[in-house]
Design a protein around this ligand. Structure first.
Ligand code: PXG
Length: 442
């Protein structure tokens, strides 16, 4: 019998791959078959340094023993318990642990299976919250250009990525968008938070005035926009959004699917920016990428508003078969223990300066028009090839893979977000390889 860990299947046609150039991939497949700590192993036996924590999710590095064991043990002990009208201890333990990490006041957790579902859940909570409070005219949701909130209908409606929206009809109605904050003209090569652009938050005032505050349920933003190419918020911008939303009784939702669990050197971005939203949406790092799981963390004010009416009645008609799944909960608990034991939720802060210096050393290399960073996130924006946008960055991605380095690209932007266990010598290796690649790009 063949060793299934190392031999690639010979028919790749059945799997229609997500967000992938399927025809290109299937002509020259890139297959991972193993992973440990900072590295993947490819089907042809090569080692690849993980510059992206999988897809921004493997914050503690790969195949960590405590997490692996917790998953195996839970799968053997109790694989599944009904999520509706029944419970199991680990889902409650994990909710307490999440609340323990979250900013003060965010005290209740709804579970989901992904970031996309967390977004849908948060938007629904927002609409229902106003309604249970007798304020049902608040039906509008405000997102932002270039925002990414997953791929379900609510998420693409409040999201602002054209390619993810244009094929899908009218989307949700009653949605409006703030302008994005990306401004290379003024902020290129800024280290950390850009100086220019906080005034863009006042665009929210304009939108609120246009629709009247009494019609607006919630504003959702990524504190640091990830998928759209790493857009760091201008200094003071998020605080202004908080002031405006508070003034008008509008809920503020932080989508921390990427920034949650230590990515920028604090447990959540809310901590880093010292801005407490009404809800935090998370997923990815919650289980270190092992078992699909997401969560929405909400304030007591939101939770308590629903706890009314006859006690035998369901308070919120929403949830998933796998909400708080036992194996996912066990993975989540072991993940949070690993983060705590190894100080990973603040390790990004310790390494941020070294990371920033290494990243910005690429300034001046061919085609590099901007470099941005925060915590252990980095982005390098390349000048697109005329008439062939995305091609230059994609070719950097392919060359990186060949040279033993995993990076992510979106448009002509290279995004980096390594596991938080990264060591300085890995950072040197990563940027050393990247510099070589950038020098050879067409
Ligand atoms: N919100 C944000 C802010 C995200 O970044 C989602 C929601 C959706 O999560 P799910 O689990 O449904 O995929 C995301 C996902 C990339 C990349 O490389 C980013 C994501 C997913 C895949 C790739 O930029 N973010």
């Amino acid at each position: 019998m063949s060793d299934r860990r190392t031999v690639a299947p010979n028919d790749l046609s059945a799997f229609w791959m997500p967000f992938t150039a399927n025809r290109q991939f299937k002509k020259a497949p890139r297959m991972f078959v193993g992973a440990k700590d900072m590295h993947y192993t490819t089907s042809d036996g090569r080692t690849v340094l993980d510059g992206t924590a999988g897809l921004w999710c493997v914050n503690a590095g790969h195949c960590r023993p405590r997490i692996v064991e917790a998953i195996a043990t839970q799968a053997a002990e109790m694989d599944y318990a009904p999520a509706f009208q029944m419970g199991h201890p680990k889902a409650f333990e994990l909710a307490n642990a999440i609340v323990g990490l979250a900013p003060e006041g965010l005290n209740h957790v709804l579970y989901t299976n992904s970031g996309s579902e967390s977004v849908e859940t948060a938007l629904k909570v927002a609409l229902a919250y106003h309604r249970v409070k007798g304020d049902g005219s608040r039906f509008r949701l405000i997102g932002r250009e270039r925002g990414y909130h997953g791929v379900n209908f609510g998420g693409i409606s409040v999201g602002g990525i054209v390619t993810n929206r244009k094929m899908f009809g009218t989307l949700l109605t009653g949605v409006d968008h703030m302008p994005h904050t990306h401004n290379i003209g003024k902020n290129a090569f800024t280290r950390g938070e850009p100086e220019h652009g906080a005034d863009l938050a006042t665009e929210l005032e304009r939108i609120v005035t246009l629709h009247d505050p009494s019609t607006i349920a919630a504003v959702i933003v990524e504190p640091v926009a990830g998928s759209t190419g790493v857009l760091i918020p201008p200094k003071g911008y998020l605080k202004k959004l908080r002031e405006i939303t508070k003034k008008h009784g509008i809920l503020l939702i932080f989508d921390e699917v990427i920034t949650g669990f230590g990515r920028i050197g604090t447990p959540f971005a809310a901590d880093y920016f010292d801005v407490t939203p009404d809800m935090i949406v998370c997923a990815k790092g919650l289980t270190n990428g092992t078992i699909p799981m997401g969560a929405v963390i909400v304030t007591s004010d939101i939770h308590d508003a629903f706890m009314q009416g006859p006690e035998h009645m369901i308070e919120f008609f929403h949830g998933y078969t796998y909400s708080g799944n036992p194996v996912a909960s066990a993975a989540g608990l072991a993940t949070l223990e690993t983060y705590k034991e190894e100080g990973l939720l603040t390790r990004g802060a310790e390494l941020a300066q070294y990371w920033e210096d290494a990243l910005h050393s690429l300034k001046g290399l061919p085609h590099v028009i901007d470099i941005r960073n925060l915590g252990l996130i980095g982005a390098i924006e390349l000048d697109p090839i005329a008439g062939a946008p995305t091609k230059r960055a994609f070719s950097a991605f392919l060359k990186a893979y060949e040279s033993g380095l995993l990076i992510r690209t979106t448009g002509d932007i290279i995004a980096l977000s390594p596991p938080l266990i990264i060591e300085k010598h890995h950072i040197d290796e990563l940027f050393g390889k990247l510099a070589t690649i950038l020098k050879t790009l067409e």
